[in-house]
Each structure stands twice: as C-alpha cells, then as structure tokens.
Design a protein around this ligand. Sequence first.
Ligand code: DUC
Ligand code: ZN
Ligand code: ZN
Length: 489
Amino acid sequence: MTEPAYDLIIRGGRVATTTDVFEADVAIAGEAIVAVGRGLGPAKREVDARGKLVLPGGVDSHCHIEQLSAAGIMNADTFESATTSAAFGGTTSVISFAAQHVGMQLGQVLKDYHALARRGAVIDYAFHMIIADPTKETLERDLPLLIRQGHGSIKIFMTYDRLKIDDEPLLDILVAAREGGAMLCAHAENHGIISWMVKRLLARGYSHPKYHAISHTRFSEAEAFNRLIGMAALVDQPIMIFHVSTAEGAQTIRDARGQGLKVFAETCPQYLFLTADDLDKPGAEGAKWMCSPPPRRKDDQEALWKALALGDLQTISSDHAPYRFDETGKLRAGPNPNFKQVANGLPGLEMRLPLLFDAMVSKGQLGLEKFVELTATAPAKIYNLHPRKGSIAVGADADIAIWDPDRRITVTDAMMHDLAGYTPFAGRSLQGWPVTVLSRGRVIVESGKLNASPGSGRFLARSGGEAAKPTGRLVADMSPEQNFGAKLL
Ligand code: DUC
Ligand code: ZN
Ligand code: ZN
C-alpha cells in the first residue's frame, strides 16, 4: 500500500483570503500547505470543515508577554499562558517585545526574552526591540547586529517617565532603523501634556481610574503623531504608529499617507468596542479597563472603523498587556490606588479575533476578506512574515483557524486561558468562534483542548522587509531643507 500523499486535509470548508472566499479542501504535508483545491486526497487525517470557514491563523503584531514594566511590574502572563490564550482565540503568530530599560544592554535583553519564549511559546513568535536607552553602544554596536539576526523592528515610547525618548535621540533611532532596514514602531503621545494633567488632577483630588482617560487628552495623541511623522519624513524612515485611538489621530495619519509618506498604523479592539465610560465604575473596578491611550468616545470608534475601511489603518492588534486585578498587578499600590499608580494595559490576545469576527463577519461591518486582511495578512506583510504567515496559500506554513460562523458564546472571565483573571469584554454575546486551530500543520486546539507542548513555538527571524524600506523621496522630490537633511544622514 502506498502512503497517502498528505498528512492532513481540511475538507469542504469555505476558504477566505483578502480577496476571495471559495469552497476548497486544504492539503497539508509536514508543516506547510501543499494544495488548495476540490476533491484532494487521500490523507493520513481529515478534518471535516463543512459549514465552517477556513481562515489563516491570526497574526497579532503587538502584544506584551512576560514583560517587565518600567515600574517593575511583571505581566500576568508567561509565554506559555499568553500563547495558549492566543491559540484558543485563533491566533497563530505573535510579535511581542524584548524590552530594554535604562542601563540594560540590548543584546542581553534579547537573549533573556528568547530564553523565555523558547521555553514557553506554543505558537510561533517574533520580537520588536524596545529601545529605552539609545546609547552609542545600543545604536551603533548592538542594534545593527540584532536586526541582522532577525529582529526587523524597533519600538519606542514618546511617553512614560522611564521609557520616553525625546525628539533628538528619537531622530538618532530613526536613522539607526533606516540604516538597519528595520521598521520603527511607536507609542506616540505627548508626554508633557499627560504628565502636567496627571499632576494637576491628582493635586485637586481627582484620583479615580476615570481620570486616567482625562489625563491622556485627545490632542496629546495627534500632536505626537504629527511630530513623529515630521521626524520620520526628515530622514525618510517608514514608521508604524501603534494603537490609534482618536478621530484626530486617524485624520493625522490619513493626511500623512495622502502626502505619500510611508506611515503605517494600527488600532486595537479596546478602541473599537470600549469607551472612556468603561473606566467609570465604583471604587477601583474601572482600573480593569485602564490602558494607554485610553478608550475614547463612540464617535472615535466610528472614525476608526472608517479609517480601517479607507486603509488609513492597516492592522488591528490586541496590545495584550495583562495585569491581575489584585496586589500583584492593578492593585499593587493597595485596594484604592490613584489612577497614576495603576499599571496600564488589558488582556486581549484571546478575544481580539472573536470580537472582530462578530463585528466584521457576523454583523457585516467591512466583511470577511477585510477581517482576514486586518488581522492576519496585512500584519504579516508589514512585518515581513508573509508569505510564510498570514495567508492560505500553497507553500505557506499551515497556520489555520477553522471558524464555526454560527457558534454563539457569551464571554466570561472563566473562559479565558491567560492569567489576567478577567477580560474587559465579559458579558458580550458574540457569534462566530475558532473551533480548530493549526500551527505549522499541528492541530493545536481542538474540542476545547490544547494539544501543544510549551516550547513548540518557533522564533520567526525576519528582516525589516519591503514595508521598512525608505521611499527614496528624500533626494527626489522633497524641499531643499529636507534634501539638506539627507546630507546629514
Ligand atoms: N499601554 C502601553 O503603552 N503599553 C501596554 C499597555 C498599555 O495600555
Ligand atoms: Zn503603547
Ligand atoms: Zn503596547
């Protein structure tokens, strides 16, 4: 008897890409998709996908895993728990952070995070390198080598007391990113406005979690976007603006892209489904909904949906940053902390895709192909993981989520597989659920159970790729001052 040609066939589902939805079998040999078509087979194993959607596994390009905050608070999750929760939510690749703090040697930081991920991850992963200490050694010695070793993106913060990068060193980092061919990602908010507001609010007794949203004024976002875009344009460095939360922020990006600048941007479910009112709960409860930037208003949600439709925003990530609602996390300063004492961040790896599937596919906002694009294909392309990740195509890794479009669930804290102990989306009723998930051909989630061992995820080495390439406009059609800027690089 001859061996079947395929290891696994996903039979009879509706396959979706960014442009098409069609009925097909998907055949897998080893770790890769080797055929997409009708009547394929035989295979050693078959998964019946009739009545289901066969989608690329999600790519979550912004999540904080096993990360020490600058204030010294450890995330609730390990790589094992975070990537397990990602898998249950239909995500099969994550890009998390290797976070340098002031005084740390970047090479050692990368080694440490690699060791954590190697031990725990159940799905594939890559790293953005957070630079908080842009010394000569970091920028000239460590960074070029680390980029060459497969870390094709850098992240900086323009706010947070112990992390923020001022404009001059930020220009140095932009140039270093350009020289290494890496993408520069940014948390862009105006530090001075926020810190002034925090001091004033607290001095006047406004300490409840809801004042967190007031301290991060809407304009502090658009202002920082604009400043960052100006600096990036000066040196012709592509940038990715993280977690856009306001209508003005989205407009700033639209304007920049309209000028042909290479500006990419993301938003997150918390800005599409939550508002600042969620922080307004009795006692400290609202701390569970505290993240930065904060959730805003209904009209911002509408503006963000429009920006997604227009292509101003290209990805939706979770910004998963889990802290427990107890003395190890959100309540580290006691049961009634002032808003400044509360760790910022929400768990979101597991609920990102189900929330978006419900809104985009079940309720029809933007549709299935756009869901695939925003949550898998576009992040894979921007961060140079494509065509290996983010698509159902021959030759791609068999990272696949099979969705039951009819399954209805009500979200509860107890359903979550991360270690935050709560989800900010509890109580919502959603339609559509990823019932079976494959990572490189392994069926890792099935019948509500995980079948993957810690450490089975692999590091995804990548260069900055196409998205991170300068436009060349610096010398072609920029103003004389801008051209003079080029001589200084
Ligand atoms: N804000 C951040 O800047 N990072 C993690 C989470 C958050 O809310
Ligand atoms: Zn951020
Ligand atoms: Zn973040």
